[in-house]
Design a protein around this ligand. Structure first.
Ligand SMILES: Nc1ncnc2c1ncn2[C@@H]1O[C@H](COP(=O)(O)OP(=O)(O)OP(=O)(O)O)[C@@H](O)[C@H]1O
Length: 238
């Protein structure tokens, strides 16, 4: 397990697909702690930025520079996609799987699975098939399955899309606990209330570019570009 916090920097990163630039060039320096909210209109490049950071989107130019070597960085990251992919098995098996991959001893796996099922409030559902869970429960399971291996960095793409207030509150609580325990969180959200509740810093994107990267307090105070100000007011940005 990596002991040092992971920092990442993008230098002039571009992603081009089918002759079109969908991201960049972007340059940004993301610190080693806290929660970063990536916000902006549909198609701004938020998911692409997260995938580039996670190393699953091929870049057409520029550099992604992590503060540690590649193998450590890959082991230390988790990504939760908008529709998380579950094993078509029980909640227990879904939670155990990442620890089995890490070849943890059986007894330790059993203990951690029980502990995490309680943290995500799915202890009673441990032996239920994951596909039968509700949307909110599935998202909590996805989060538990990512956090059970104590990642240094967690990427989430709209983790609360389509969830009601109660489920959103639970997910936000789990994210806060993870951040307090030292996991660096970088996520997209369309929910400005959520961004205000959680963000330490905000990356605002439009048309494949990063237009603002500021501490959350400054961003939400409105000391930002006219486009970001309009976005915060709920105006349509094109
Ligand atoms: N593999 C691809 N090939 C071609 N175009 C792509 C590809 N992936 C994404 N795009 C385009 O790149 C742009 C940015 O997409 P991205 O999913 O990163 O935006 P987003 O900000 O996450 O949007 P949303 O808020 O709707 O999820 C979009 O116009 C999308 O259609």
């Amino acid at each position: 397990m990596v002991m040092q916090p992971l920092k990442v920097q993008l230098k002039d990163v571009c992603v081009r697909r089918r002759g079109k630039t969908i991201l960049g060039p972007v340059s940004v320096d993301l610190g080693a702690a806290g929660m970063t909210m990536v916000i902006g209109p549909n198609g701004a490049g938020k998911t692409t930025l997260l995938k580039v950071l996670h190393g699953v989107e091929r870049v057409s130019g520029g550099q992604v520079i992590w503060s540690q070597n590649d193998t450590d960085v890959r082991q230390a990251q988790a990504f939760i996609f908008q529709s998380p992919i579950m094993l078509r098995r029980s909640v227990r098996q879904n939670l155990a799987y990442p620890l089995q991959l890490l070849k943890r001893p059986r007894r330790q796996i059993d203990e951690e699975v029980v502990e995490w099922s309680k943290r995500i409030d799915l202890f009673e559902a441990l032996d239920q098939p994951a596909p039968r869970l509700s949307g909110g429960e599935r998202q909590k399971l996805a989060l538990g399955r990512a956090l059970i291996r104590n990642p240094k960095v967690l990427f989430l793409d709209e983790p609360c899309a389509n969830l009601d207030g109660g489920s959103t509150r639970e997910i936000e609580g789990l994210l806060r606990q993870a951040a307090a325990a030292g996991t660096r969180i970088i996520m997209t959200t369309h929910n400005m209330g959520q961004a205000q509740r959680l963000a330490d810093d905000v990356v605002f994107m439009v048309n494949g570019s990063i237009e603002e990267h500021r501490p959350a307090a400054a961003f939400f105070k409105g000391s930002v570009s006219p486009t970001a100000t309009a976005f915060l007011k709920g105006e349509i940005i094109e």
